[in-house]
Design a protein around this ligand. Structure first.
Ligand code: GLV
Length: 320
């Protein structure tokens, strides 16, 4: 079986991925040959593709492709490729190490918003020695949008800190006795927002969630709420968020993702005093653990496991 690595990777990243994937595949999938998309291989021999947002059209060039494993957790860019062969199963990256990294970022942002540490950072720049009131965690409601692998990892760490944790999903989620209040469907969103001190977006980007965080959404939040976007930039209508920040309705935003990445130098987010931004670094794919996830999926698939049973199988109709 021939497998190819393809995607939006620079030379160093490409080397690191090959170095991580080669031993993982050798251990779990003996006989698999790993190519790079820039190598001279027979396109008809390629049966598996391991991809990081490949250029549109790339996957259509391999006529016998049978499985696509994404190195990214979010597959919105991959699904936007109109030439993506419809019959080829797609698997997204589900990696416990990445979930941990995301949960850490969410904890940092929630703690900093709850305790007003971003406000203290602003005051430091102005040499202002001023203390504000300190709330208890059980006085703070955190709403997670999305309760997938990463949402759950974050929510499960927020509960023991004492926060009221609620999660909103578009579709019903199985109930669980884990201290997370669940609500599903469009109509359930606004009531949750009205009680949210902090909203954390971890939704997949689909036509149903694009632009979800817009003026009405933001207006439903109590004055002074915080927003954390660690999902996709296109979930947010930037002009509406900037207006809410300027008006002080949203006190602080922590943004990791943007409609255009890298964020253009002239964008207001760079210098907005109430925005803390990260360069899409909330949860990087960890090559070591991710290579093992890839190899395990390929090994399972080679033994005849149905694609739906692979870790991270993407339901194309649902979009994640
Ligand atoms: C990062 O944003 C990813 O989707 O892996």
């Amino acid at each position: 079986m021939d497998v190819v690595l393809a995607g939006d990777l620079d030379a160093a990243e490409r080397r690191r991925w090959h170095a991580a994937l080669a031993p993982a595949l050798a251990a779990r999938c003996p006989g698999v040959r790993l190519w790079d998309e820039h190598d001279a291989f027979d396109p008809a021999a390629i049966e598996g593709a391991v991809v990081a947002n490949p250029a549109p059209g790339t996957l259509a060039a391999w006529p016998n492709l049978k499985l696509v494993q994404s190195l990214w957790a979010g597959v919105d860019r991959l699904l936007a490729d109109a030439t993506l062969p419809a019959h080829v199963p797609l698997v997204r990256m589900v990696d416990p190490a990445m979930n941990d990294a995301m949960a850490q970022t969410v904890l940092w942002a929630v703690l900093a918003l709850h305790r007003g540490f971003f406000a203290y950072a602003r005051r430091q720049r102005e040499r202002q020695w001023r203390v504000h009131a300190q709330r208890r965690a059980d006085e703070v409601t955190v709403t997670l949008l999305g309760l997938g692998q990463m949402g759950l990892a974050a929510a499960r760490r927020l509960v023991p800190l004492g926060y009221h944790v609620q999660a909103w999903t578009l579709h019903e989620h199985p109930a669980a006795d884990d201290g997370i209040v669940r609500a599903a469907g469009r109509d359930a969103l606004e009531p949750l927002l009205r009680t949210s001190d902090v909203v954390v977006n971890l939704l997949p980007l689909t036509p149903a969630t694009r632009g979800l965080i817009e003026a009405r959404f933001l207006a439903a939040l109590p004055k002074g709420a915080g927003l954390v976007n660690v999902a996709r930039g296109a979930h947010v209508v930037d002009a509406d968020l900037l207006a809410a920040l300027d008006a002080g309705h949203v006190r602080d935003a922590v943004l990791d993702v943007f409609a255009t990445e890298p964020l253009p130098p002239e964008h207001r987010y760079w210098t907005h005093p109430r925005v803390t931004l990260l360069p899409h670094a909330a949860a990087l794919t960890d090559e070591r653990s991710a290579a093992d996830v890839v190899a395990a999926n390929l090994a399972a698939w080679r033994t005849g496991r149905a694609p739906q049973a692979l870790t991270g199988w993407v339901d194309r109709a649902r979009g994640y």
